[in-house]
Design a protein around this ligand. Structure first.
Ligand code: GLU
Length: 466
């Protein structure tokens, strides 16, 4: 079964990395399993009757609290999937060095079947159930958006949590991340995963230790196919295009569109807003969803939908030089082995899509400090810039151009700070992966990334005496 395959993949990946590490006996097993998974079933009165819902919140590791990770709304959500995703969150947070354990949640629901009011009532009930068990809690477990959820759901959760009344009411805003900016969120959280992917991919391509992809060291003129046009896929496509890549295909659940000359990502998004699908986008050829991953070869594939997009069943037919895992778990362990033999490189999910949780970390810090980023030194910096500009003019004896002066004295916005912090973290994580990889030349980049994470988690355990 597909969800079994996903958890088995994660288990295989952990085992592959553990063999290179001198871990205490039994620790690899501990890291493979989740600490606990809570299953909740609750009824909500809607449309004149009671509807039952089933959901989960799994805590993979509490070696650092709070545990962190999204909540997805999907009709095929299940316990095994949630547990595998929670394990990935622990590894992801360790890789990018954000001080969280790993968690994940899901509600088995098709959001398109319910009105906004109904979804709000369901979400508020779900929040109550989780909050009662500290599975939503600023210091213990902090959910975020995932597939099928977004700012709206996070705002409902934060509001419901606040209404329930807590001893630590001061920090209640920090109970979830991914909130709207007007409700305690942070600039740049919505774009964060796509933006992080852009920084990660740029840094990977440009790095002196990495091989050329399609004869190049940058995204300029690279051809890209994106699978999944949700929040992550849309932003990834948009930002890579800004870097000069050509998005030649977008694959969705109901169809795929291709245009060898490159798609106008904003126009595709507008078409979908107007018609509900990317199907029949005028400047492209529409194919079936099944053909999506194999119809056209490209330099880069970005699977940004869900787990097991590429398995042993279809990997022989995919034709890309580089696969960049924007989703969690899109390439199965079996498929990765075959792809590697074919010389196809996979950039692993725990690195590539970590931008989401990184900016969630910034949001959480903003909430618990109760101080907007950049407030204290904003004027100080503008003043220093002004002094610097005047000094330059005096020493050089020439006036600065308006553009120069503006650039030197420009105020730093929250978004500037978020992007700068995110880029720093992504570049550092890449350096850590590549340094580890240099000592394990036979291993995949995924194994190197897992090794970095597992070694860090093991170190935490060692330090607390477990
Ligand atoms: N759901 C996202 C992920 O899989 C974000 C998690 C978070 O921000 O806590 O990484």
């Amino acid at each position: 079964m597909a969800h079994h395959q996903f958890s088995q993949s994660v288990e295989t990946f952990i085992g592959d990395a553990a063999q290179y590490l001198a871990l205490p006996e039994g620790l690899a097993e501990r890291i493979t399993q989740c600490n606990s998974t809570y299953t909740v079933r609750f009824g909500v009165k809607l449309r004149g009757r009671i509807f039952s819902f089933e959901g989960w919140r799994s805590v993979h590791s509490e070696h650092i609290e709070p545990a962190k990770g999204g909540i997805r709304y999907a009709p095929d959500a299940n316990l095994q999937e949630v547990e595998a995703l929670a394990a990935l969150m622990s590894l992801k947070c360790a890789l990018v060095n954000v001080p969280f354990g790993g968690s994940k949640g899901a509600l088995k629901i098709d959001p398109s079947e319910w009105t906004e009011d109904e979804l709000e009532r369901i979400t508020r009930r779900f929040t109550q159930e989780l909050a009662r068990r500290a599975l939503i809690h600023p210091g213990r477990n902090v959910p975020a958006p995932d597939m099928g959820t977004g700012e709206r759901e996070m705002a409902w959760m934060a509001d419901e949590y606040r209404k329930m009344g807590h001893a630590d009411a001061l920090n209640s805003l920090a109970c979830v991340t991914g909130k709207p900016v007007s409700r305690g969120g942070i600039e740049g959280r919505v774009e964060a995963t796509g933006r992080g992917l852009q920084y990660a991919l740029r840094a990977y391509l440009a790095h002196p230790a990495t091989p050329m992809i399609a004869g190049r060291k940058s995204l300029k003129d690279m051809t890209v196919v994106v699978q999944g046009f949700g929040n992550v896929g849309y932003h990834a496509a948009k930002f890579l295009r800004e870097d000069g890549a050509k998005i030649i295909g977008i694959v969705e659940h109901d169809c795929a569109i291709f245009a060898p000359a490159g798609l106008d990502v904003e126009a595709v998004a507008a078409h979908r807003r107007a018609t509900g699908s990317i199907m029949n986008f005028a400047q492209a050829e529409t194919r079936t969803a099944d053909e999506g991953l194999t119809y056209m070869a490209a330099d880069i594939l970005i699977p940004a939908a869900k787990e097991n997009a590429i398995t042993e069943a279809n990997c022989d037919l995919v034709n890309y030089a580089l696969i960049v895992e924007a989703a969690n778990g899109p390439v199965s362990a079996g498929a990765e082995q075959i792809l590697t033999q074919r010389g196809i490189t996979v950039l692993p999910d725990l690195f590539i899509n970590a931008g989401g949780v990184v900016v969630s970390y910034f949001e959480w810090v903003k909430n618990i400090t109760h101080l907007p980023f950049g407030l204290m030194d904003k004027r100080q910096k503008a003043h220093t810039g002004g002094v610097f500009a005047a000094a330059l003019e005096q020493v050089s004896g020439r006036p600065l151009t308006d553009a120069m002066r503006l650039e030197i004295t420009r105020e730093t916005s929250e978004l500037d700070l978020v992007r700068s912090g995110l880029e720093e973290i992504m570049v550092r994580a890449l350096d850590d992966i590549l340094a580890r990889h240099a000592t394990l030349p036979e291993a995949s980049l995924r194994t190197a990334a897992y090794a970095v994470s597992i070694a860090r988690i093991a170190e935490y355990y060692r330090a607390i005496g477990l």
